[in-house]
Ligand binder design. Structure first.
Ligand SMILES: [Zn+2]
Length: 193
């Protein structure tokens, strides 16, 4: 593992913190970078926010053994696109408005892309205006949640209860009858009419 001292051409989208003890160690592809002390003041607030976010993210990785359906990392990578892998297995978030499922209101069921388990019925889908597919309720025994401390407040992470694939987050500002907003990544879902 090589740590290089570098800041040139570093973009926020490609940075991943790899060391929780030193949030200035980043990975870009296979290369490790250490942001030197003299360069740190140059980093803007957005970059700094991401530093804290990504640093806290590392310990919350999903544990495969907790789930009924498990696959090796190689199996996950072979069946998913890069974006799907980052969202489903690393809890990344797709860009708002990027999923065609956001504006899909056809009747049907949204299955887990990782294991085909039916997760959300179209009857509970609504337009939250966020740019992410949103539902006020899942199907029974379909999803599970855990606390997510990646941002500065604790959010509720939601994942497939059978294969553990990350779906999104649940918020308390949804419509009745549940008042919940399951804010999901379309990348994690497959729509079946
Ligand atoms: Zn699943």
């Amino acid at each position: 593992m090589v740590i290089r001292q570098c800041l040139d051409r570093m973009t926020v989208d490609h940075m991943r913190v790899v060391c929780c003890r030193n949030p200035w160690v980043y990975r870009i592809g296979a290369d490790m970078f250490l942001i030197t002390k003299k360069d740190r003041p140059m980093m803007n607030r957005r970059t700094f926010g991401l530093t804290a976010l990504a640093c806290a993210a590392a310990p919350s990785a999903l544990l495969a053994e907790d789930f009924e359906i498990t696959r090796t990392d190689a199996e996950w990578r072979s069946m998913l696109t890069d974006l799907q892998y980052r969202v489903m297995r690393e809890e990344a978030t797709e860009r708002a408005g990027s999923s065609p499922l956001d504006k899909n209101y056809a009747a049907g069921v949204y299955d887990c892309r990782g294991c085909d388990l039916p997760l959300y019925p179209s009857q509970t889908k609504y337009d939250s205006g966020t740019g992410w597919p949103s539902f006020f309720e899942s199907l029974p025994n379909a999803v599970a949640t855990k606390p997510d401390r990646k941002l500065f407040s604790v959010r509720t992470e939601v994942h497939c209860r059978r294969c553990g694939s990350h779906l999104g987050h649940v918020f308390d500002d949804g419509p009745q009858p549940t008042g919940k907003r399951h804010c999901l990544n379309g990348a994690s879902l497959v729509f079946r009419a």
